[in-house]
Design a protein around this ligand. Sequence first.
Ligand code: ADP
Ligand code: MG
Length: 277
Amino acid sequence: MHDSTEAPTTLEAVAPTRAPDVLLSLSRLSKTFHPRRHAALPVLRGVDLEVRRGEAIAVIGPSGSGKSTALRCINLLERPDSGSIRLDGKPVFEASDTGPAVGPSVRALRDLRRRVGMVFQGFHLFPTMSVLANVTMPQVRSLGRGRADAERRSLELLEKVGLADKANARPQTLSGGQQQRVAIARALALDPEVMLFDEPTSAIDPELRIEVLRVMRGLAEAGMTMIVVTHELQFARQVADRIVFFDAGTVLECGPPEQVLDRPRHERVRHFLTAVS
Ligand code: ADP
Ligand code: MG
């Protein structure tokens, strides 16, 4: 390491392999589904995206354009056919047309799922466990945290999402907005480096979405690196550093909200924005 008072002599010395602020990068990511009795369906067709540390990215675009598949590829819930994924400069996945895909070991996969938190449209809480147990159990299992420490952390996070008083409730007794906030707390409990949200408010009654959006906004403001697939354009405008527009399995447009939402370069983006607003 350089002494902080010593000026680095070359740029190389500061950034030997990558821009230091890029946390997650997707490069030429491709994925084709082969549904039975149907033609092959290319869903990702060379997705490139770099997410900087602390950046909040909103992903928008038509239904079926590959947004969910792209998110699911990042933590390898879906395996890309080709391209690469890097987290903090290190390859998580690399595959090419010329050689076999190099997949991660079970251990590496577990590590990846811990570092990349995910929140889905349908909350996927464990129905037979209390809210507290939902948030605590993954910490014990994945981090090996002691139960008392894990519960303390869970209560802290439940407090943060405004649900400390629901710790002993069962998920089904909560509203959709509350369940989603529990799901967020559960993902945060593993101290992820990046959070992925796939339409987190789409299954929630409109009047209950605001609390979830507030929690997400707080996370973004606290510097969490996050990618949010959403139809909430107002949220995207206010919270996202950049908006990514997906179309037919590629990133068609990407830029600050004012650019993508107010002065889109592509007619398809303009068309989408008029259709949804
Ligand atoms: P989006 O989230 O943008 O709506 P998705 O990534 O969910 O898009 O889906 C893109 C396309 O891939 C859709 O046509 C969808 O039906 C198809 N698809 C998604 N998952 C699968 C799968 N496991 N098997 C076959 N087709 C799939
Ligand atoms: Mg989707």
